[in-house]
Design a protein around this ligand. Structure first.
Ligand code: NAD
Ligand code: DAU
Length: 343
């Protein structure tokens, strides 16, 4: 092994896709995966790397210094870089209760920064979100210079973490880079988010809940493209910089839902308009020209290729999806690893 990546949140949606990408594209890197296995973490997402010497799982919480130190120890003598993805990530949950978001996204990020600074690491990539910029009207795009104006407890906690990361760079010269990406879709996404929820409900002929008028616009990016962008920032980004990531791929929610129904041969009568999300951001759209011009990253997948591929993937993973819907996925870790904290 030539270097170690301490990945936080690697049992979640984007994290597990990142683990798979590293296994394929950087087989000489050790991936130490620190994850608390909240409701969003699922060891089944990592079944493909079970037993691999290239992947080491540490069951722990980024809010606890001792857990972060245990993960750093697992990197051995290798040079360490950090990719920080662990977060409470779902806007609707943050509306019900903001505290877990402040705990993990704000406090946890500071604990991680401090422990990593004390250890001495090479680079720290903070995976943030375009939601920190707030909401757009029908014109314009978020650039890296757009002022932060978060609107939900989730995005406010992410914006706070961005500020802590920025402060670590300016105060301590800590080697950080920040990414802000638009909405992802693809394999292993928890079925509380729009695309997998609609796929799961449509499969069972259940109502598809569309918030408000369904005309909110998101800029959709296939998760593999996001993972490759993070890798580009990790390897070639300039320290202290922020990089927007997006696909110039804007669709209103209702169009996504209708496309899914059509692809699955299900009727539009399943669509049910429900009460809007409080404070619902109207439109996100990313200007990703900086990462394109400076690091040569641009999406490889088109929406026309990736959405059908995603629909097909979920159709082939009925058992995985059912496990998430019933909660059975929570037993997997204990069954595979007993009560041990490493696997
Ligand atoms: P996710 O909710 O699927 O996964 C989060 C992971 O973090 C889970 O495995 C969970 O167990 C773990 N975790 C939560 N709290 C933890 C803690 N205290 N200590 C250790 N692990 C903990 O999230 P995701 O959709 O994969 O998002 C990953 C990151 O990317 C987040 O930081 C999110 O803000 C950001 N992001 C997501 C999207 C998107 O569309 N999903 C877009 C842009 C940015
Ligand atoms: O933009 C990046 C962000 O994208 C990430 O930072 C977040 O972690 C991620 O959850 C996502 O946030 P959104 O709130 O945009 O994603 P969500 O899938 O929850 O919703 C997408 C859109 O669909 C949003 O306008 C709300 C709407 N929606 C969502 C659900 C779950 C519905 O209309 N019905 C639903 O049931």
């Amino acid at each position: 092994m030539t270097r170690a990546i301490l990945l936080t949140g690697g049992a979640g949606f984007i994290g597990s896709n990142f683990v798979h990408m590293l296994a394929e594209q950087r087989p000489d890197w050790l991936c130490v995966n620190l994850d608390a296995l909240t409701y969003a973490g699922n060891m089944q997402n990592l079944a493909m790397v079970e037993g691999s010497t290239q992947h080491r799982f540490i069951h722990g919480d980024i809010c606890k210094t001792e857990d972060v130190e245990r993960a750093l120890d697992a990197c051995g003598d290798l040079p360490i870089s950090v990719v920080h993805m662990a977060a409470e990530s779902h806007v609707d949950r943050s509306i019900i209760s903001g505290l877990p978001f402040v705990q993990t996204n704000v406090l946890g990020t500071q604990v991680l920064l401090d422990a990593c600074r004390a250890r001495g690491i090479e680079r720290f990539v903070h995976v943030s979100t375009d939601e920190v910029y707030g909401s757009l009207g029908s014109e314009g795009f978020f650039t890296e210079d757009t002022p932060l104006a978060p609107n939900s407890p989730y995005s406010a906690s992410k914006a706070a973490s961005d500020m802590l990361v920025r402060a670590a760079f300016h105060t301590h010269g800590f080697p950080v880079l920040t990414t802000r990406c638009s909405n992802n879709y693809g394999p292993w996404q928890f079925p509380e988010k729009l695309v997998p929820l609609m796929l799961a409900n449509a499969r069972e002929d259940k109502p598809l809940p569309v918030y408000g008028d369904g005309m909110q616009v998101r800029d959709w990016l296939y998760v593999e493209d996001h993972c490759e962008a993070i890798l580009a920032v990790l390897e070639r980004g300039e320290l202290g910089e922020v990089y927007n990531i997006g696909g110039h791929n804007e669709y209103p929610n209702i169009e996504i839902v209708k496309t899914i129904l059509a692809a699955m041969g299900k009727p539009e009568s399943l669509i049910t308009y429900v009460t809007d999300r409080p404070g619902h951001d109207r439109r996100y759209a990313i200007d990703a020209s900086k990462i394109d011009a400076t690091l040569g990253w641009r999406p490889r997948w088109t929406f026309e290729q990736a959405l059908p591929a995603t629909i097909e993937w979920y159709a082939s993973q009925v058992e995985w999806l059912q496990g998430l819907r019933t909660g059975a996925y929570r037993d997997y870790y204990a069954q595979q690893y007993g009560s041990d904290s490493e696997g």
